[in-house]
Design a protein around this ligand. Structure first.
Ligand code: SF4
Length: 253
């Protein structure tokens, strides 16, 4: 872990999956200790080695200060928080950068904030999330119904059960919460829909199979049947149909 002073904190979204939906992404940390095997971030150009993903995190200690400085950009803007890190990885317990950034954002009237996390630590900022009202939603990544599969592919992230409990808690607290299935890992489709349905109003499902980005080739080999392109497409189609039947599909993040 390294403390750094970032030059900017709001990254314009002029291309890629978020553009057209968000003006900026906000990443208070670079790198991510959750170390998901399929994470697409280590594919981006970086001074760090591809295989070293998950072993380094840069803490942008001046993140909130930069929001103050860039506040003119915040007014009326749509911000995705975060696209290249988990804003509630465990370093947040020490640095509280996501909390400080939200506190600043609240002052400058953004139009929309979408938080994206795998971590129950976000519950520690519940009053702050609630203060944004309808402008804020939280996506919780649910990649499978199985804790065991979660542990294998996302060894350092909170368990799937814990994330489902997080969705329930956010929903109960009146936060607009959606489950984000990105990417889909080996799962039982019926069980997955049943686990999500009572608590999330919407589910966003990505088509990405994560084969290209997976840093654990041994896992792709072990689960090659599931990740074989046709099988994977069929699995996504089946789950999407079940989610639609349950009235849960959300078109975009
Ligand atoms: S939590 Fe997100 S950013 Fe972090 S390793 Fe997993 S996929 Fe990558």
């Amino acid at each position: 872990m390294t403390e750094v002073k970032a030059k900017t904190i709001l990254t314009p979204q002029n291309g890629g999956a978020l553009s057209g939906h968000y003006n900026f992404s906000l990443n208070p940390y670079a790198g991510c200790a959750f170390k998901c095997s399929y994470c697409y971030v280590p594919k981006f150009p970086s001074k760090h080695k591809y295989d070293d993903w998950g072993n380094w995190v840069e803490v942008k200690t001046n993140a909130a200060e930069l929001i103050r400085k860039e506040r003119a950009l915040v007014f009326g803007s749509k911000i995705f928080f975060s696209s290249a890190t988990d804003p509630y990885q465990y370093l947040e317990l020490k640095y509280r950068l996501s909390r400080a950034c939200l506190t600043e954002l609240l002052k400058y009237s953004p139009a929309k904030i979408t938080m994206h996390t795998r971590s129950h630590l976000i519950l520690q900022d519940l009053p702050l999330l609630q203060a944004f009202g309808e402008r804020l939603s939280v996506g919780v990544s649910i990649t499978t119904d199985s804790d065991e599969i979660g542990r294998i592919f996302e060894p350092m992230a909170p368990s799937i059960s814990r994330r489902l409990a997080l969705i329930a808690a956010l929903n109960e607290a009146g936060i607009n919460v959606f489950a984000s299935i990105a990417p889909l890992l080996p799962h039982d489709p019926e069980k997955l829909v049943q686990a999500i349905k009572p608590h999330a109003k919407k589910v966003w499902i990505d088509q990405m199979s994560a084969i290209d980005t997976n840093t654990r080739k041994d896992l792709l080999a072990e689960y090659s049947d599931f990740f074989q392109a046709d099988n994977y497409d069929r699995a996504v189609a089946k789950l999407t149909a079940l989610l639609k039947e349950a009235g849960l599909v959300k078109p975009r993040v």
